[in-house]
Design a protein around this ligand. Structure first.
Ligand SMILES: Cc1cc2nc3c(=O)[nH]c(=O)nc-3n(C[C@H](O)[C@H](O)[C@H](O)COP(=O)(O)OP(=O)(O)OC[C@H]3O[C@@H](n4cnc5c(N)ncnc54)[C@H](O)[C@@H]3O)c2cc1C
Length: 416
C-alpha cells in the first residue's frame, strides 16, 4: 500500500519519500532467497476481479506477464483426499449428507451473487453460516477453517468480511465447474521492482531499512518524521504501517483516536515453505479437516506457477499472543513434514529439499461486526496526516489489489 501511495504521488508530480523499515520493499508480498529460488515469503495468487492490480500491471507494461491457470482444489477429510471446489465435487463428497451438501452449495452460490454487504455488516459470521448450511455442514466444512485461523476470535467475526472472501474466490472461474487463478511471471517481485523503478523515474525516493520512529506533529499539523538519522521535515505524512503500530509512532494523537487504534487486533502467521522433489497433490488449494493437523489448509504453489521444484506453503495462523506463536520454527517445520507425509504417504524424508518458516505478526486484522465504524477516519484530526492499513477496505479481505487500489485513492485525496 505504501508503494502504491508513492507510485501515485510520484506520477502526479509530487516528490514522495517512502520509508521502509525492512531491508526490502513489499511487506507481506516481499520475496526472499529460498535456497537459491527468489520467491515470496507468503504465497500469492490473483483473481480475475483484482482490477486495481491488473490496472497497475497495464500501466507498467507488465500485462503480458500475467498468466491464468485452471487450478484444482481438494479437501483432506477422514484420511482421504477428495476433489473440491465445484458442484460435482460437492455432490460426490464422502462424509456429508445430501441435505447438508445442498445447503452448503446454495450458500456458496448465493454468496457469489450477492453485491450488497451492508445487511451482513453487523451479523456474526459463524451464526450466519450455521443458519444457512446447518450444523452438519458447518462441523465438517467450516468449523476448522475458523478455529485454525481465528482461534478464540472465531465467535465474533463479521459476516460481511467472511462473505467477501467467499465471493472473491467464487467469482474467479471460467465456469461453475472450472476455477481460474492467476500468477505473475517472476512472482510479486516483478511488480515490486517495476513499481520501485517507476517511483524513482518520476522523482520519488525509497529509503530501505529506515523505520519511522515517530511522526512529529505540533499545533494540529504534521511537521515531519523522526528516524534513526534524526528529524526530517514534511508537510504531509501518509502512514500505511499496520494499525497496531500507530500508538507507538504517533503518541501525540488525541486520546480518543489513540484508543481506537489500541483496540485493533491482528492475526499472526507462521508460514512454512517447503521445496520438494515430488508433488504432494495435484491441487493448488487443499482444505484440511484432520484431528491431527492444526491448519485450515495448505497451498501447493507450483500447481499454479510452474517452477523447477515443487513448492508448498503451509500457513499456521494464530493470534500472536497464543502460546503456539512462541514455539520455535523447528516445531512448525516438523509438523509440516508430518502432515505432508500423511496426505501423501509416498513422500519420504529425502524428498524434502529445503524448508523455511517466515513470521508476520500483523498478517490480517480481526474484523468483528461493524468493523469499519470502529476505525478513526483515514484523514486524522491533524492537518496533513493520513493513516490506513488493510483494515480500511473492509469488508474486502487483505489483498494486493485492494491495497494498491486503496493506496492510490488515498494518495489522491491527501493532495487534493
Ligand atoms: C500468508 C499470506 C498469504 C497471502 N495471500 C495473498 C494472496 O494470495 N493474494 C493477495 O492478493 N494477497 C495475499 N496476501 C495479502 C497481501 O500480501 C497483503 O494484502 C498486502 O501485502 C498488504 O500490503 P500492505 O502494504 O497493505 O501491508 P504490509 O504488507 O503489512 O506492509 C506494511 C509495511 O510497513 C512496514 N513498516 C512497519 N512499520 C514501519 C515503520 N515504523 N516505518 C517504516 N516502515 C514500517 C513493514 O516493513 C511493511 O513493509 C497474503 C498475505 C499473507 C500473510
Amino acid at each position: 500500500m505504501g508503494l502504491a501511495v508513492a507510485y501515485q504521488l510520484a506520477r502526479d508530480g509530487h516528490v514522495p519519500v517512502l520509508f521502509e523499515a525492512d531491508d526490502r520493499v513489499g511487506g507481506m508480498t516481499a520475496t526472499f532467497d529460498f535456497d537459491g529460488l527468489d520467491i515470496e515469503r507468503y504465497y500469492h495468487f490473483h483473481c480475475i476481479s483484482d482490477h486495481a492490480f491488473l490496472q497497475v500491471l497495464d500501466e507498467l507494461k507488465l500485462g503480458s506477464k500475467m498468466q491464468w491457470v485452471e487450478t484444482k482444489m481438494g479437501y483432506w477429510f477422514q484420511n482421504r483426499l477428495q476433489p473440491w471446489g465445484n458442484p460435482l465435487a460437492l455432490l460426490g463428497f464422502k462424509g456429508l449428507g445430501l441435505v447438508a451438501k445442498f445447503r452448503y452449495g446454495l450458500h456458496a452460490f448465493l454468496c457469489t451473487k450477492r453485491n450488497d454487504w451492508k445487511p451482513l455488516d453487523h451479523v456474526e459470521a459463524t451464526g450466519w453460516i450455521r443458519r444457512w448450511v446447518g450444523e452438519e455442514a458447518y462441523e465438517v466444512l467450516w468449523r476448522r477453517l475458523f478455529d485454525y485461523k481465528f482461534y478464540h476470535y472465531s465467535s465474533n467475526l463479521s459476516a460481511a468480511w467472511i462473505w467477501s472472501r467467499i465471493r472473491r474466490i467464487g467469482r474467479s472461474r471460467y465456469s461453475l465447474f472450472r476455477e481460474k487463478l492467476g500468477f505473475l511471471e517472476g512472482g510479486s517481485a516483478t511488480l515490486l521492482q517495476a513499481m520501485r523503478n517507476d517511483i524513482a523515474a518520476h522523482g520519488g525516493e525509497i529509503r530501505l531499512s529506515t523505520s519511522v520512529n515517530r511522526v512529529v506533529m505540533a499545533e494540529g499539523k504534521v511537521r515531519g518524521v523522526e528516524t534513526a538519522a534524526g528529524f526530517e521535515a514534511f508537510d504531509k505524512a501518509i502512514s500505511t504501517v499496520p494499525l497496531p503500530f500507530i500508538p507507538r509512532i504517533m503518541p501525540d494523537l488525541p486520546a480518543d483516536v489513540l484508543q481506537k487504534f489500541q483496540q485493533i487486533k491482528n492475526i499472526a502467521v507462521v508460514c512454512v515453505i517447503a521445496k520438494l522433489k515430488k508433488p504432494v497433490t495435484e491441487n493448488f488449494w487443499l482444505n484440511t479437516n484432520d484431528e491431527e493437523m492444526d491448519i485450515p489448509g495448505l497451498v501447493e504453489y507450483s500447481n499454479l506457477r510452474p517452477l523447477d521444484q515443487h513448492i508448498v506453503y503451509v500457513p499456521f495462523y494464530m493470534p500472536w499472543e497464543h502460546a503456539k506463536y512462541a514455539e520455535p520454527d523447528e516445531v512448525f517445520l516438523g509438523k509440516v513434514k508430518r502432515y505432508l507425509k500423511k496426505i501423501n504417504p509416498e513422500l519420504q524424508d529425502d524428498d524434502f529439499i529445503a524448508m523455511r518458516a517466515s513470521r508476520y505478526r500483523h498478517a490480517q486484522p480481526i474484523c468483528d461486526p461493524g468493523y469499519l465504524e470502529q476505525l478513526p477516519p483515514a484523514a486524522l484530526p491533524v492537518q496533513g496526516l493520513w493513516v490506513a492499513d488493510t483494515s480500511y477496505y473492509y469488508p474486502e479481505d487483505r489483498g494486493i489489489s485492494e491495497s494498491i487500489g486503496y493506496g492510490r485513492a488515498l494518495a489522491q485525496k491527501a493532495v487534493a
